[in-house]
Ligand binder design. Structure first.
Ligand SMILES: [Zn+2]
Ligand SMILES: [Zn+2]
Length: 339
């Protein structure tokens, strides 16, 4: 709970970003619950039967000819993103401008879309168990394929669901962006994890799990393989972090039983979040070790689930602070009760 003196400024123990937990006594979750936008009427390019509206698949699941659906010969498709913000070329030598006043490198990389069902499902929570599991298998298969291709250093897997979370199509899908550089946030996580490891002789992430399990007040779910909790410096209401209980830096190395369990946990946590926050837009993202980071004992892959019911406005842009109207302790309690 925020301190007895009122609002509390919290600092993320790893990255140091700051959050004002501004939980007014009179505030009730319904005051900032989402409003649901009207459904779109356009012809959906991701629906089964409209495969000609997207480029040829990079991956189709289930593999082989095992048909799980009576209607369509696929359940998850991965296609190139036709509106990429990274250029798809990988020139041998890069025109790099470093050590100049205005440094730059070419923004080249890979962008893909993971279509999670042939049915017009509008949230990950509406997917069948089978499609949810295959979506996470597709994440890992594409990540490992890009690693093997050798052009990129990092793969960011993420989902935008709902216009407020940056989705332009409502059909449930995720995205993959692979870059030739390690993005700043991931770089900071890796650096800060390494610094913690050197200072304390053990992994930040293992310590984090131990402390959260001991405290219990921010835990939403825990079993022998996975733990989900609302982070101490949650940036938004019902933010959830999911970690494997056993140290593992590379999401590409998670075994398929763990992947399937993770997919179902993400689906059930999002179902709880939709119940509590009235179907908000949301993002989730998977942070994993860059391909060229060795050793990485100090790092854990993890999933960050970010419900989008608050907006970054002038104060937040000006100061870099986040303002969160719901403490993570209360959020965890509400989420636990909603399961
Ligand atoms: Zn659709
Ligand atoms: Zn992270």
């Amino acid at each position: 709970m925020p301190s007895e003196f009122g609002n509390e400024l919290r600092r993320d123990p790893l990255l140091g970003y700051q959050v004002v937990v501004a939980e007014g006594r009179e505030n009730r979750p319904q005051q900032w619950k989402a409003t649901i936008p009207p459904p779109s009427a356009m012809r959906c390019p991701f629906c089964g039967g409209h495969e000609d509206a997207t480029p040829e698949e990079l991956l189709v699941l289930p593999a082989g000819l095992v048909r799980q659906s009576d209607q369509f010969p696929w359940e998850v498709r991965v296609v190139p993103n036709i509106y990429p913000s990274l250029s798809p070329a990988f020139p041998e030598s890069l025109p790099v401008r470093e050590n100049t006043f205005y440094p730059s490198i070419p923004a080249s990389g890979v962008q893909e879309v993971i279509i999670e069902s042939p049915e017009h499902v509008t949230s990950f929570t509406g997917l069948s168990e089978h499609c949810a599991k295959m979506t996470f298998q597709a994440y890992q298969m594409r990540l490992n394929a890009i690693r093997n291709a050798g052009h990129c250093r990092y793969v960011q897997l993420f989902k935008n669901n709902g216009p407020a979370a940056g989705a332009s199509l409502e059909h449930s899908h995720s995205q993959l962006m692979a870059t030739r550089w390690v993005p700043a946030v991931v770089d900071q996580e890796i650096d800060a994890s390494l610094a913690y490891f050197q200072r304390h002789g053990q992994s930040y992430w293992s310590d984090l799990i131990e402390r959260e399990m001991a405290a219990g007040e921010r835990i939403v779910h825990a079993d022998e393989n996975l733990v989900a909790f609302c982070p101490f410096a949650s940036r938004m209401p019902c933010e959830v972090c999911i970690l494997p209980r056993h140290p593992q830096a590379d999401f590409g190395h998670a075994n398929s039983a763990l992947l399937e369990q993770l997919a179902l946990l993400v689906r059930s946590l999002l179902t709880q979040i939709e119940k509590v926050l009235n179907f908000p837009a949301y993002n989730y993202l998977i942070h994993t070790m860059p391909f060229d980071t060795f050793p990485a004992d100090h790092y854990h892959w993890h999933v960050e689930v970010l419900p989008r019911v608050t907006v970054r406005a002038g104060f937040e842009w000006g100061t870099g602070l986040y303002v969160n109207p719901l403490s993570p302790e209360q959020a965890a309690q509400i989420l636990r009760q909603s399961s």
